[in-house]
Write a protein that binds this ligand. Structure first.
Ligand code: GDP
Ligand code: GDP
Length: 465
């Protein structure tokens, strides 16, 4: 049977096998050597969402080697590319580009078949510089991806489907598994990817509630879970360090990520007076959306600001829950003070939603959850390149970048390189000379004009284009 064939190529250790295994489903088969033709590759029936294809992988057979591409490896790669309708070229975004990546890219640019560039190991921030470097390979926009964590599957889907013929023969019944649906990561940076679900299907939002001791976190959790108890946990599935509780709020699945600290407290029923920064950081890393709980009678202090900044640093979406609102006498002043504090000390996440509530009395919990869902959607937001460049042109017209040494800096082109959180790249003539104030102006303008309050917005400047 002929089938759309996808080859995975790239230098060793970039994650080809990991990607192969993620796309291969269960029907893994190693191709036997045909006499006379040695084909050193693995082959499997691949699957990505509803797409079915034949998958070949050149990894795992090469011996270790340095920066030169041995003739045998080159031959295998060339043959795989020839046999494939589409090639996935994988690079390691954490390691950055190497001369060997360039060699592979050159090989692929010579061919006439479509290539999709996959910047692997893009979970977390460590991959962002490498992701930007990958644009230089001349193979189109790289897809930010994590084979290990299952991030970027829907972008990969979009890129592949563009090159596939409309009617792929569908000969077997659809397997029930959704690749990329449940993903467990070692370091927990991303434990689940709902990316591949159809748009109307529920996506699991991972939510953490953090804050100083006595802010009312446990009270809130009990309230939330008490209302609609859809527990399948607590389930120690994520890792030994965090416990997740799955429940539903108005039909939307939510995974509440608990910290070791909260568990400890629940178990031995003693108050931990110290805020454990380690525990807090851990639950922030497991979360998509972080609810920072404040005691409204006390307002926002330095520790709270530290937590809020950690949320920003880790690229998570933030909602502030101003709790114990029932006990606050002068509500107006309390809120004004908080706004003031946010304005002066937390400009990194402008417009972060603040919800006043009473966990004890169960008031305003619906508004809290609405805010959580809203920032989650913003966090996943994708803005088209056309829209961004129209926006950039307008902005440049209104406020051109300053003159440096008598010359005007040019900002030429802009695109969104990833979501979760929204991250953008702008190509400029002399990016290193653009003043920090103008960069902040860009970030704030983006956040405001595209309505992205409460989530970190990142802009990288690159030279060229
Ligand atoms: P190959 O030689 O290209 O087939 O690479 P492998 O699939 O064997 O992966 C090389 C190493 O990178 C292994 O230790 C993997 O666990 C690791 N790896 C693969 N994908 C990812 C990823 O998305 N993120 C991170 N951090 N590591 C990954
Ligand atoms: P945690 O340490 O953040 O988990 O805080 P707890 O949930 O244990 O709450 C600390 C104290 O604040 C308890 O005595 C709660 O009853 C009280 N508390 C929690 N939420 C509210 C609220 O909305 N209003 C008032 N008045 N008290 C609250």
């Amino acid at each position: 049977m002929t089938r759309f064939t996808i080859a995975i190529v790239g230098r060793p250790n970039v994650g080809k096998s990991t990607l192969f295994n993620r796309l291969a489903g269960k029907q893994l088969a190693i191709v036997e050597d045909t006499p006379g033709v040695t084909r050193d590759w693995r082959e499997a029936a691949g699957q990505l969402g509803p797409l079915r294809f034949r998958l070949i992988d050149t990894a795992g057979y090469e011996d270790s080697y340095d920066d030169s591409l041995p003739a045998r490896m080159r031959q295998q790669t060339e043959r795989a590319i020839e046999e494939a309708d589409l090639t996935l070229m994988v690079v390691d975004a954490r390691a950055g580009l190497t001369p060997l990546d360039e060699t592979f890219a050159r090989l692929l640019r010579k061919g006439s078949r479509p290539v999709v560039l996959v910047a692997n190991k893009c979970e977390g921030r460590a991959g962002e510089p490498g992701l930007l470097e990958a644009y230089a390979l001349g193979l189109g926009d790289p897809i930010p991806f994590s084979a290990q964590h299952g991030i970027g599957l829907s972008d990969l889907y979009d890129a592949i489907v563009e090159h596939m013929p409309e009617e792929e023969p569908e000969d077997e019944e659809q397997p029930q598994t959704e690749p990329g649906l449940t993903v467990t990561g070692e370091d927990g940076e991303e434990v689940l990817d709902g990316d591949l679900l159809p748009d109307d299907a529920p996506r699991i939002i991972q939510m953490a509630i953090v804050g100083r001791p006595n802010a009312g976190k446990s009270t809130l959790v009990n309230r939330l879970l008490g209302v609609e108890r859809m527990l399948t946990g607590p389930e120690a599935g994520i890792t030994r360090d965090a416990i997740a509780t799955d429940w539903e709020y108005e039909g939307r699945p939510v995974r509440l990520v608990d910290t070791a600290g909260m568990r400890r407290k629940a178990r031995i029923d003693e108050k931990l007076e110290q805020l454990s920064v380690q525990d807090t950081l851990r639950s922030i890393r497991y979360a998509h959306v972080v609810v920072l709980m404040l005691d409204a009678e006390l307002g926002m202090d330095k520790q709270d600001l530290t937590i809020a900044r950690m949320v920003e640093e880790e690229g998570r979406a933030l909602v502030i829950a101003f709790n114990k609102w029932d006990a606050v006498a002068d509500k107006e002043t309390a809120l004004a003070d908080l706004r003031d504090r946010l304005e002066t000390s937390l400009s990194q996440v402008k417009g972060v939603p603040v919800v006043t509530l009473s966990a004890l009395k169960g008031r305003n919990l619906d508004r809290l959850m609405a805010a959580v869902f809203q920032v989650y959607d913003t966090w996943n937001r994708r803005i088209s390149t056309a829209q961004l460049n129209r926006w950039l042109a307008g902005l440049l017209e209104m406020h051109p970048p300053p003159l440096v040494a008598g010359r005007r800096l040019k900002l030429r082109y802009m695109t969104q390189i990833k979501t979760r959180p929204p991250t953008f790249a702008i190509w400029a003539s002399r990016p290193e000379e653009l003043p920090g104030s103008y960069q902040r102006y860009l970030v704030n303008g983006l956040r405001q004009d595209f309505d992205m309050p409460g989530v970190p917005v990142r802009v990288y400047l690159r030279k060229g284009r």
